[in-house]
Design a protein around this ligand. Structure first.
Ligand code: RIB
Ligand code: CA
Length: 313
């Protein structure tokens, strides 16, 4: 089986951490690098968390540092959901390893040139790195096969009533990527808010008796505690994007024109999914984005268990 070359772009927080574990153990994926960006917490934490996780699990995958903030404006972290360091109460051994010598943008370019037409980007964070990359190197539009991203929502939001965090944190970046011409698949809140795990799932991972299984179980326990205190449930926002690359049938998608609102006083960060042509000139055929609207939760959970159980090998 030919592995799919991917780069995971993270603002490692709790659900990013589980997505990293999934990607590293999925036999279908060749994780060429994990790139980091500010988002849930500051770049210093998102980067160190990513490096610590990858090295703690024994992988030498390159970790390349990206943007410390959005294209415009200030980043407002989501530490209420992920804790001050981004991983809740978890403390992993601090990796003494160095980050990759190239930054996130140069790493994306390097890997896209290495696998022209095959590389899949999986941004599960504000899209700042991806936007910088396609602006700096337009050749990426023909080199990158697809961008499967966690972000946005057809309806609703988790930062405002109309905006999801990754889109809200850098709306300009989301708009640039949605309109750059690279095929996109949007794994938004419409499906990730249904990708919820429970204590039985946590017990399955803990019973694996592996570092990966225990790490995932500990993260889930933090999420259950958070939910009991009125916070977000154990939602696998980012992990669903990884699953969708390996098993596309885990979600049902429909093609729509999507853009991200950058100027609305109350709607900045809203991902507008055009269900009709009201905003288009006659005959205009704008870029289409595959938008995930339905989730097969049992299939997703089966995927999670299958790949993370490979940590026993
Ligand atoms: O809205 C959910 C997204 O925001 C996830 O990627 C989560 O990690 C946070 O970054
Ligand atoms: Ca994230």
């Amino acid at each position: 089986m030919k592995k799919i070359p991917v780069i995971l772009d993270c603002d490692t927080g709790t659900d990013d951490a589980i997505a990293i574990v999934e990607a590293l153990y999925a036999p279908e994926l060749d994780v060429r690098a994990v790139t980091t960006v500010a988002g849930n917490v500051s770049l210093r934490y998102t980067s160190q968390n990513t490096l610590n996780i990858v090295r703690y699990l024994g992988f030498d995958t390159r970790v390349a540092v990206g943007a410390a903030g959005p294209i415009f404006g200030e980043i407002i972290h989501s530490s209420a959901t992920h804790g001050d360091t981004g991983l809740g109460p978890l403390v992993l051994p601090q990796s003494a390893n160095a980050f990759y010598e190239k930054n996130a943008v140069e790493t994306i370019l390097e890997e896209a040139r290495h696998a022209p037409g095959e590389l899949v980007l999986i941004p599960v964070a504000p899209m700042t790195n991806i936007a910088h990359a396609v602006l700096a190197y337009p050749e990426l539009v023909s080199l990158i096969k697809e961008i499967v991203f966690m972000g946005g929502a057809m309806v609703g939001g988790n930062m405002t009533t109309t905006a999801e965090f990754n889109a809200w944190a850098d709306p300009e970046a989301m708009s640039i990527v949605l309109n750059c011409g690279i095929p996109c698949r949007m794994i938004g809140l419409d499906v990730t808010e249904k990708a919820v795990l429970n204590r039985e799932d946590a017990c399955f991972f803990r019973d694996l008796g592996t570092k990966a299984g225990t790490l995932v179980a500990d993260l889930l326990d933090f999420m259950f505690q958070r939910f009991s205190e009125g916070g977000e449930d154990a939602l696998m926002h980012d992990g669903l994007a990884v699953a969708a690359v390996v098993q596309p049938e885990v979600v049902k998608t429909q093609p729509f024109y999507v853009d991200c609102e950058c100027s609305g006083k109350y709607t900045r960060g809203h991902t507008y999914v055009a269900t009709n042509e009201i905003f288009f000139k006659k005959g205009e055929k704008p870029e289409r984005c595959e938008v995930a609207l339905e989730l097969d939760l049992p299939l997703f959970k089966q995927f999670l268990r299958r790949v993370i159980a490979r940590s026993q090998a």
